[in-house]
Design a protein around this ligand. Structure first.
Ligand code: SAH
Length: 464
């Protein structure tokens, strides 16, 4: 049995810039081999059982050689796996995608290429530079800035004469040399030049200048690879066309199951949201309690309610099985939800005491320490064995929507206690205690109107 290899373009960085076919291929994959530049959030798309392999090549510290990568692709395909080789940008724009394809073809492997948005074009759009323009550039040229092996040189005389926009990839180490050569071969030293780092992400930054002074601008702004060097008369259009949004450059860490509408609102405000991996809640399958023995039902949180309904449904019952019980909760989100559904629900300020009240049934997460007869654990958390390679220092804020999120966050980061520069957003005042030991700069409670959460986040982060 032979499998398939998809050389898949991940796009320039923002995970939403993946193509629809790319998204489907990631869902179908049984093995994913990914590069260093690929956004870790894309690794949440594959199935839980998919094997994820980082073959990332940081300059100097090569983790896997190209030969090893080629061999792995063939090996997995021959073992019948559905392999995705996830590469930054478009697979065939530098980055040796073509060589991988040739190797697969030579080994008669069933393979395909799914194009991605290349940083060479989209990186410019994201920074407000149209790569062509009727007035300023009728062509564009994408060039590698990396030193070639041996004596092979770029044709500088030719490049310097081109009228169109020049875009150098992998050129940061050679920036002074690139500028020097172009000027030496006749390009006007006052040609507008831009350097754009990490396009389409929170750390996107641009330096603007001319061919003869861009190096200073880059140093002042401390820009580094990965970056694009853009040379041509289209560059100054950025002054007019660069779009800034109120949360641009803000990087928020969120639970991977964050409510999509909140996620989209934050993204539309310009924030980059990346994720820590949340455990999945799962209903504990066991007989339901005899409701007739109780007078009151306390629900710990939203999942308790959701799984209770599920358990009732599984027995051909519905919420009317709870008729006669007085409902209470201390979870403000659950309270709002139930009230909207037309249920009366009381505040429960003292739920722990109810353990002693035999007439009150408490339904909540399975907690092995609670053995009281009137506590019914209805769900547990299933951990997903995936840690995304994120660096806590790269985030300005973190969102917690339940106390399990805090545990998951602690698991993903080795020293979360020292995140003293971060603002933490929690969705209930009850959760303030759960994050207390983490020494965040500030803890903001997002209660009040559910629909306005992103406004509260905006208020807090716009001055960060
Ligand atoms: N296949 C990729 C390019 C791979 S070569 C593509 O189509 O985009 C790697 C180089 O791409 C980096 O050195 C950098 O010059 C450029 N690059 C990739 N992503 C980038 C980004 N988000 N911002 C700026 N440059 C990027």
């Amino acid at each position: 049995m032979t499998g398939r290899v998809t050389l898949l373009g991940a796009g320039p960085g923002d995970p939403d810039l993946l193509t629809l076919l790319g998204w489907r291929r990631l869902q179908e994959a049984t093995v994913v081999l990914y590069d260093r530049l690929v956004n870790p959030s894309l690794l949440l798309i594959p199935d839980v059982n998919t094997k994820l392999i980082n073959v990332g090549k940081a300059r100097g510290t090569e983790r896997l050689s190209q030969d090893q990568i080629n061999a792995l692709l063939v090996q997995y395909a021959q073992a019948g796996e559905v392999v995705v080789r996830l590469k930054a940008g478009d697979p065939y724009v530098f980055g040796r995608g073509g060589e991988e394809a040739q190797y697969l073809a030579a080994h008669h492997i069933n393979f395909e290429v799914v194009p991605g948005l290349t940083s060479a074009i989209t990186g410019l759009s994201a920074a407000g530079i149209p790569i062509t323009n009727r007035q300023y550039a009728s062509s564009f040229h994408v060039i590698t800035g990396q030193k070639r092996h041996g004596d092979q040189q770029l044709d500088w005389a030719n490049l310097a004469q081109l009228e169109g926009t020049l875009v150098f990839l992998m050129g940061m180490a050679e920036l002074p040399e690139i500028c020097r050569q172009l000027i030496a071969h006749g390009k006007n030293p006052k040609t507008p030049t831009a350097v754009i780092q990490w396009a389409t992400q929170w750390r996107q930054k641009m330096a603007l200048g001319d061919l003869d002074n861009i190096e200073t601008a880059v140093k002042q702004k401390r820009l580094a690879a990965p970056a694009l060097i853009v040379i041509g008369e289209v560059v100054p259009l950025a002054h007019q066309l660069q779009v800034k949004r109120s949360l641009s450059a803000r990087h928020i860490l969120a639970p991977s199951n964050l409510d999509r509408s909140l996620l989209f609102k934050l993204q539309d405000l310009g924030a980059t949201v990346d994720f820590y991996v949340t455990s999945q809640p799962q209903r504990v399958k066991k007989p339901l309690p005899d409701f007739s023995k109780f007078r009151q039902l306390t629900l710990k949180d939203y999942f308790s309610y959701q799984y209770l309904i599920q358990a009732l449904n599984a027995q051909q019952l519905d919420i009317r099985a709870l008729a006669g019980l007085q409902l209470s909760t201390s979870d403000s989100l659950l309270k709002q939800t139930l009230q909207r559904q037309g249920l009366q629900i009381a505040d429960d300020a003292s739920s722990t005491n109810f353990l002693n009240d035999a007439k009150t049934l408490i339904i909540g997460p399975q907690d092995l320490q609670i053995t009281a007869a009137n506590y019914y654990g209805i769900y547990t958390y299933q951990r997903r064995e995936l840690t995304l390679e994120q660096n806590l220092a790269d985030f300005q804020a973190v969102i917690f929507t339940c106390s399990q999120d805090v545990l998951d966050f602690r698991r993903d980061f080795s020293k979360p206690e020292s995140a003293s520069w971060m603002v933490a957003f929690v969705t209930s005042s009850k959760m303030q205690a759960a994050v207390k030991t983490l020494a965040f700069k500030k803890v903001v409670v997002l209660n009040g109107d559910l629909l306005n959460m992103e406004q509260l986040i905006l208020e807090e982060l716009k001055h960060e």
